[in-house]
Design a protein around this ligand. Structure first.
Ligand SMILES: [Zn+2]
Length: 189
């Protein structure tokens, strides 16, 4: 593993994905701290880090911090996907599920999308297959947002296919809610 990789991997283990050169040096074993500084500057040039002053989460000191930038796929989505990204698909599914919940379940509001999907499936408001597709979009989006998974054409294709299955069901069985959610999200899909 290169020194750059060591730095990136270490930063990924920190919830805020940032810390100062000295803490990086201590945690990665890359010495001296000046060497860490050079590695980080190279990563800044590559667009993988930003450096700005702040309070280091690994100690009680304010220094220049290296913050891992969120990885976003620069690859284009497959033809016909109408620009629907996993984030938009997730937001749409989230709103649609909340609308279904409010319409069919009269018990407060769900703590999470995962809970909403599972409850709607258990109450047989959403069929198991469509619920699985919703979980698929939710998982993909969580991987992208929280786990820094490289999101490429294959992942986008999965999200898109899952989306089409949900849409087919939504338009057939919950047309009014589906349309209303669409307007609410401003989605052009
Ligand atoms: Zn520090």
């Amino acid at each position: 593993m290169s020194e750059s990789d060591l730095v990136v991997e270490l930063l990924k283990t920190i919830p805020t994905r940032r810390c100062c050169d000295a803490c990086l040096s201590r945690r990665t074993g890359i010495r001296p701290s000046r060497q860490v500084n050079q590695v980080c500057r190279r990563l800044v040039d590559l667009g993988k880090l930003v450096r700005e002053k702040g309070k280091c989460p690994l100690g009680n000191h304010t220094r220049v911090l290296n913050t891992l930038t969120a990885r976003r796929s620069t690859r284009t989505t497959p033809a016909g996907s109408a620009g629907l990204g996993s984030e938009e698909a997730w937001r749409y599914v989230d709103r649609f599920c909340r609308a279904l919940w409010n319409t069919h379940l009269d018990t407060g509001s769900p703590a999470s999308l995962a809970e909403a999907i599972t409850a709607l499936r258990d109450e047989q408001i959403i069929p198991a297959h469509e619920a699985n597709m919703m979980h698929t979009i939710r998982s993909l989006r969580n991987m992208l947002v929280h786990e820094d998974v490289d999101f490429g054409d294959h992942e986008t294709a999965i999200a898109r296919a899952a989306w089409e299955i949900i849409r087919a069901w939504g338009e057939r069985h919950e047309r009014a809610l589906w349309r209303a959610t669409k307007t609410m999200c401003g989605a052009h899909v």
